[in-house]
Design a protein around this ligand. Sequence first.
Ligand code: 9MR
Length: 365
Amino acid sequence: MAIVNNKNEMGQVVPENGQKWDSTEPSRGSFSYSQGDIVPLLRCHTLIWYSQLPSWVLSGSWTRSTLQSVIETHISNVMGHYVGQCYAWDVANEAVADDGNWRDSVFYRTFGTGFLAISFNAGQKADPNTKLYYNDYNLEYNGAKPDRAVELVQIVQKAGAPIDGVGFQAHLIVGSTPSRSSLTTVLKRFTALGVEVACTELDIRHSSLPASASALTTQGNNFANVVSSCLDVAGCVGVTVWGFTDKYSWVPETFSGAGDAFIYDKNLGKKPSWTSISSVLAAKATRPPTTASSAAPSTTTLVTSTIAPTTRASTTTSSVLTSTSPSAAQQTHWGQCGGMGWTGPTTWQSPWACKVSNAYYSQCL
Ligand code: 9MR
């Protein structure tokens, strides 16, 4: 809790299961917020999902009219309870099946895709100031699933209903994560529709345990790539990890033998993945604004990283780069002077030297 509540570490928190329908309205018309209320700064999750529904919703016999009323009552009560506390709400979750077809659910069976506009309209009515999101996994690689999710956003927009964002859950596997550029490409397919995007449930699991030192390094590089992809996209507003310590995780229960998918180990020590993410964020934070393309996104602000830049992790080794061609754009004391993807100054002012912290970050010290 000390780590979660440290705002230099986490910019916002998701109550993992506490806001789901089976927690908030376990029986019809009877609302409970005891699990959701335990955290104060929220990315809110989730309202309309085929899973973790109480049986009265799952096996009720609904007409369009009765189910619409149940959806609207649920959304208005739950969002109403959290008004002003949620940066964003995952209004609809996982409405697309793994093969790219629409996912079967009580909502889809009753309305076809019509439940989406009903839900997003209800969301706007309940809290006009939160961001209304569609959230799903396996959107991270172009293919049938993101194709359908693009269609989903367009369906909601064409219906005249509000949709502000698309959440990429990003439950990934060490060594098989998308490249920085391919993830950037798919994120941009959605921002091109006028919505913001975010990584909302990032974890990168080892397929087998214990992880070797080199697997931990790979995991760190994989995390850094995902965060970098988000930073590369104007309109990608944040990265949320779906748990932070390997001590507690949904992963081993679902993927037997796999795990250690997070940024702190079981003893609450920082892993290479923490250091990699911290370095990427520090590099971005110290990068001077140079061109229009690197300016703040016009529609959104970079505010919602779960892991905020903090003091950079100490490094055990550091090497000093040699300046080859001094130019007009020399970096000043403390600024970044190199690292993967760095496009700013790579020469520096005397008497400072450019010290390599890691592959992602060199600093003028
Ligand atoms: O982390 C959640 C886990 O504790 C629950 O048992 C599980 C039940 O489906 O849901 C997990 O969270 C899921 C999230 O709500 C939606 N995206 C996938 C997450 C991992 O399964």
